[in-house]
Every structure is written in C-alpha cells, then in structure tokens.
Design a protein around this ligand. Sequence first.
Ligand code: B12
Length: 219
Amino acid sequence: MHDELLRAMQQSVIDGAPTTAAQLAHEAIAKQLDLLHVITHGYASGISFAGEQYGCGAMFLPDLLACAEAMKAAMSVLEPELRKQGTHRETLGRVVLGTAKGDIHDIGKNLVATILAANGFEVFDIGTSASPEAFIHKVREVDAQIIGVSALLTTTMAGQKSVIEALDREGLRPKVKAIVGGAAVTRKWAEEIHADGYARNAMDALELVRSLVARAATA
Ligand code: B12
C-alpha cells in the first residue's frame, strides 16, 4: 500500500525533517489511508532504523533527537485524527499511563494513549519519568482500573517493577490491573515482575486493556 509514501515517511524521520514528516502525514489523511499502518510501516520503521544506527555508532544523539522531532511532528498531525476516528462515546474504563522514572521516551506511550482514547477509554497521562508515588496518586484520584507503565531503557525497566510493588504495598491490586510495555520490555519480564499483562504495540495494548476490563466486570 502506497510504498513510495511509506518510504518517504521513513526517510523524513531518518533525515530529521519535521516539515516534510508533517506534510506527508497530512497527505495520508487526505488519501484516507489506514493511519496505524502508516505510523507502523512509515514513521516508526524510520525511527527504528535510526535507533539501530545510533546503537551501532553510525548516528549520534543530536541526529537521533532530530529524528524524534520529525516523528513527533508527524504524530502531532496524526494523533488528533486518530482520536477523531474513534467511534466510542461512552467511557469503557479509566487508564493511568506514564513512562517509568528516569525515562524520557514518550512517542510509543503517547500512541498507546491515543489508541485507547480513540476506542472509548479515559486516559490520564502522567507523562515521562514518573515516580511510583505519582502513579499511585493518580490511580487514587481518578479511581482507575488500569495502570500502564512504559519503559524504553533496560535501566528503567526496574521502575515498572517499583510501580507494581507500590500498587501491592498500597493494597490497590487486584482491583487495579498493571500492564507494561516499551521496546525494552518482554513478556518474560512482565511475568517476572507479576504484571497483569504485556503488549508489544498499541493495538495489542487496546485488546489487552479491553480483556482486562471485561474480565474484571464479570469477576
Ligand atoms: C526516539 C528515541 C529517543 C528520543 C526520545 C524522544 C521521545 N520524546 O520519546 C531521544 C533522542 C530523546 C532519546 C534519548 C535517549 N535514548 Co533513545 N531511542 C529512541 C528510539 C530510536 C525510538 C523509540 C521510539 O519512539 N519508537 C517508536 C515507538 C512507536 O515505539 P515504542 O516506543 O517501542 O512503543 C510501542 C511499543 O513498545 C508499545 N508500548 C510503548 N509503551 C507502552 C506502554 C504500555 C503500558 C504498553 C502496554 C505498550 C507500550 O506500544 C508502542 C506503540 O506501538 C529507540 C530505539 C528503538 N528501537 O526503540 C532508542 C533507544 C530506546 N534509546 C536508547 C538510549 C540509550 C537513549 C539515551 C540513554 C541516549 C543518551 N545517551 O542519552 C537517551 C535516554 C534519556 C532518558 N533518560 O530517557 C537505547 C536504549 C538502550 C537500552 N536497551 O537501554 C535505544 C534502544 C537506542 C539504541 N539502539 O541504543 N531516544
């Protein structure tokens, strides 16, 4: 599907070209393309390539920052449109989302937030580098059913464990379900830290949240 456009999207991220990235996003909306497909096979594929280049020393941090800026420019065009395409008007549940303490990556977490919100969930995004205390505070404030912790760094995965431990300590589980995700995270890690679920992308996160909320309703 529109291979040339997808390649141009990848390249706009690799080149760190926010204006082009945003223009291509508008083009995708005008052509009524599947926006999740566009994000995954266009922009996210570009940012993954940039990450690999950075990982092997072929790209440096300022380059990676420029790539992230381009990806964010595209997402700021696509995310409101994805929300608009959402069909649900009633609230299916409340989800607190954040990135683990010490971690500033938020592109993936924001996409998860958008997909959940577009599909009827009320999302409370507490941002990046969020402490376990911040998660607990928000869960209590909004009476959330689900808490989602993102981690992109191997060093900040421990922050996911701390959030789950804090939920247990405060006696908030099993009522509140904890899910984890992010590039560094595996299903095995999720099991190890006794998370209630793991998802490798935003669509799987939506299915996971739906099934956890449905299970809680019939319990
Ligand atoms: C973009 C990027 C950056 C940007 C972040 C901009 C931003 N606002 O987010 C910048 C340039 C700032 C950055 C900084 C750093 N980065 Co960086 N970064 C990346 C990169 C290239 C892409 C991440 C991304 O946005 N992917 C696209 C999104 C859509 O995918 P995603 O995040 O995986 O999210 C999806 C799923 O994981 C899932 N998901 C995500 N969150 C959640 C949460 C829940 C609950 C669920 C269910 C699912 C879920 O759904 C999402 C949507 O489908 C990755 C490489 C990679 N392949 O991941 C490196 C990478 C993560 N970074 C890395 C590093 C080392 C750093 C720095 C430490 C570099 C430095 N020396 O300073 C700093 C970290 C600073 C900090 N304290 O956090 C390493 C991590 C290595 C490791 N294993 O620990 C990586 C892997 C690059 C590499 N190959 O070395 N980075």
